[in-house]
Design a protein around this ligand. Structure first.
Ligand code: C2E
Ligand code: CA
Ligand code: CA
Length: 583
């Protein structure tokens, strides 16, 4: 979507304020804020707004975007690419530049926030934390703006020509009126946002006339599905909103969805559609009209995430935790850029040879205070975000560096790392893996294992994940099924992913001496591994009795606190060295 055309004056004023704060805070000549569209770049600075065609490949903005993180030029005159830049050698004679990317909710870069100064500044003298904070503020503003403004260009007080329903502008006015009324009478108000699932495919496989006909039918059906005093509006695209003067009952939600699900006959075809619906209710959700709509949107996205064709209520309590999640994501982003994330290495023991075979790399966050946070404290909060993918790439790089060092020292160990299967849906991650491993010798690649966790994904995603994993396997790395036995589809995973190793979850291993069912599962997975010709790895080996029993059952590899917890790299190598010596 081209966001450069869509900023309204109010949003522009708010963004300008952020820009101004940046300029004052860093005491620089100017601060810019740019948005990059598909074919345009929109820049706002102290002189106002400029909009230019096609981003200039030489521009600072362009470099920041390519860099995709904080990009600083301490002195442009000494910078090989910028020393001859027209704005450096000529007016306004820029010397210093610092920019950070601005990202959309999916993590894609959509613009930059930049500082410029007419004399050089050593970057060590500035703390860029504030610049990141301000960039996030801009992200929030734009996010809000897009949620509320989309789609642009509707006039106020109008009925939509196609559906005959009130349009977005009218909806906002009606909502404000209804809300005032509800406040006065201490009544209720529900806002329900409906987004059709897969409507685009109708427009793509037929002409737009077919799409229009479908929208008209749905508009009529929605009007019939509610009472006269309820308001049905059309927001454009494939979105409708309904306002009701009381709490929206599940029965009505189902009736609305049923109305949409009923096949629609147009001139030549029968179309089958479903919809996702988000609902928020005042006064449980004590918000103004804009925020209510925004919340209904969020609930609708949750309904989409939950598998579409259903409805979700906005939960003001969860909203809070969503804010917390965002806050943690911001901290993690900083941690990543400041190298506070590292891998600790937990040794694994080969039970047949009684030697250390290698290590599992486990993520740790070393806070500036020295405190070390385990992954459970921050990874769940960023699941399914672009940061998740960024961390995945980072972990791969760290593991490759560790293997390089191990090989340089002539040691035999391998390294495994944890990867979310959904990473394999992201072309950025897959490309990164390919690029990284293609540069290295086969002997290094063979020492790398990816531990894959089971995750619930739709079948089409599973097919993509399996195909991408297959492509990675061809590079020669190893694969391990992690936490085997805990998910619902372990056996089908075994078939979908031809892994060399199976890792028995620690919950079974730790309980196997006291609980016959756990023991049966451990024995069964070891047996399964043998018949499928895979290696079995037990994690959570906490004492010598568990070790002895696992060896009796024919387990191949063991890992756990009985040997060692995960340690910083050098300590882990030291530990392995001692272990080998004592044999
Ligand atoms: P996991 O893959 O099952 O990793 C094993 C976890 O069990 C580690 O916790 C480890 O410290 C702990 N553990 C090892 N031996 C024992 C034992 O004998 N007894 C007990 N009680 N625990 C033991 P950690 O490091 O907190 O990691 C937790 C989970 O976080 C991991 O579970 C993994 O799913 C995830 N994780 C860790 N690092 C990464 C990473 O780099 N990327 C991704 N995507 N996930 C990671
Ligand atoms: Ca693991
Ligand atoms: Ca596990």
């Amino acid at each position: 979507m081209d966001q450069t055309r869509q900023i309204d004056t109010l949003t522009e004023q708010r963004l300008d304020r952020v820009r101004w704060i940046a300029k004052q805070h860093y005491k620089v000549t100017d601060a810019w804020f740019t948005l990059v569209g598909s074919d345009r770049q929109w820049c706002r600075n102290s002189e106002g707004s400029v909009s230019t065609d096609i981003p200039d490949a030489l521009s600072f903005t362009h470099h920041t975007l390519r860099h995709n993180e904080l990009f600083v030029i301490e002195d442009a005159l000494r910078h090989p690419e910028f020393a001859n830049h027209p704005q450096v050698v000529g007016s306004p004679h820029w010397r210093f530049f610092a920019g950070v990317p601005i990202r959309d909710i999916e993590g894609g870069s959509i613009g930059t926030l930049c500082l410029v100064h007419t004399s050089p500044i050593p970057s060590g003298t500035l703390n860029f934390e504030m610049l990141h904070v301000l960039a996030h503020q801009i992200e929030d503003e734009i996010g809000r703006h897009l949620l509320i403004q989309r789609p642009p260009g509707l006039k106020l007080d109008q009925l939509d020509a196609l559906t005959g329903l009130p349009d977005r502008g009218l909806l906002q006015r009606l909502m404000r009126e209804e809300l005032a009324l509800a406040r006065q009478s201490q009544g209720n108000l529900s806002v329900c946002l409906i987004n059709l699932d897969g409507f685009n495919s109708i427009n793509e496989s037929h002409d737009t006339a077919a799409g229009d006909a479908v929208l008209k039918v749905i508009a009529d059906r929605l009007r019939d599905a509610v009472r006269r005093k309820d308001v049905v509006t059309y927001l454009g695209g494939d979105e409708f909103a309904i306002i009701l003067r009381d709490v929206l009952q599940p029965a009505i939600c189902r009736r609305i969805l049923d109305q949409i699900r009923t096949p629609i006959q147009t001139e030549e075809h029968v179309h089958s559609l479903t919809a996702s619906m988000g609902i928020t209710c005042y006064p449980d959700d004590e918000a103004d009209a804009d925020a209510l709509l925004h919340h209904a949107y969020q609930a609708m996205y949750s309904a989409k995430e939950a598998g579409k064709n259903g409805y979700c209520y906005f939960d003001p309590k969860l909203h809070h935790s969503r804010r917390e999640r965002l806050a943690i994501a911001r901290d993690v982003r900083l941690a990543l850029s400041q190298q506070q994330l590292e891998l600790f290495y937990q040794p694994a023991i080969d039970y047949h040879l009684d030697t250390v075979t290698g290590f599992e790399g486990l993520l740790r966050w070393r806070l500036p205070s020295g405190k070390i946070l385990p992954p459970g404290r921050f990874l769940p909060q960023i699941e399914h975000t672009w940061l998740d993918i960024e961390i995945g790439k980072y972990v791969i790089d760290k593991a490759v560096t560790a293997i390089e060092e191990i090989m340089r020292r002539g040691l035999p160990y391998s390294v495994s790392v944890n990867v979310n299967p959904s990473s394999f849906l992201d072309s950025g991650f897959v490309d990164h893996l390919h690029r990284t491993l293609a540069h290295h010798d086969q002997s290094l690649v063979e020492r790398l294992t990816l531990e894959i966790l089971e995750s619930a994904s739709p079948q089409e995603d599973m097919d993509t994940i399996a195909a991408n994993i297959q492509a990675c396997l061809q590079l020669g790395l190893q694969l391990s099924l992690d936490d085997f036995g805990t998910g619902q589809s372990s056996l089908s995973y075994l078939r979908t992913f031809p892994t060399q190793k199976i890792k028995i979850d620690r919950s079974f291993v730790m309980g196997m001496l006291d609980n016959p069912e756990d023991e049966a599962i451990v024995a069964a997975v070891i047996g399964l591994s043998k018949s499928f010709n895979r290696q079995s790895i037990a994690e959570g080996v906490e004492n010598v009795s568990i070790e002895a029993h696992l060896k009796d059952l024919g387990c191949d590899i063991g890992q756990g606190f009985y040997y060692s917890p995960a340690l910083p790299f050098e300590e882990a190598l030291q530990w392995a060295d001692n272990y080998q010596r004592q044999r």
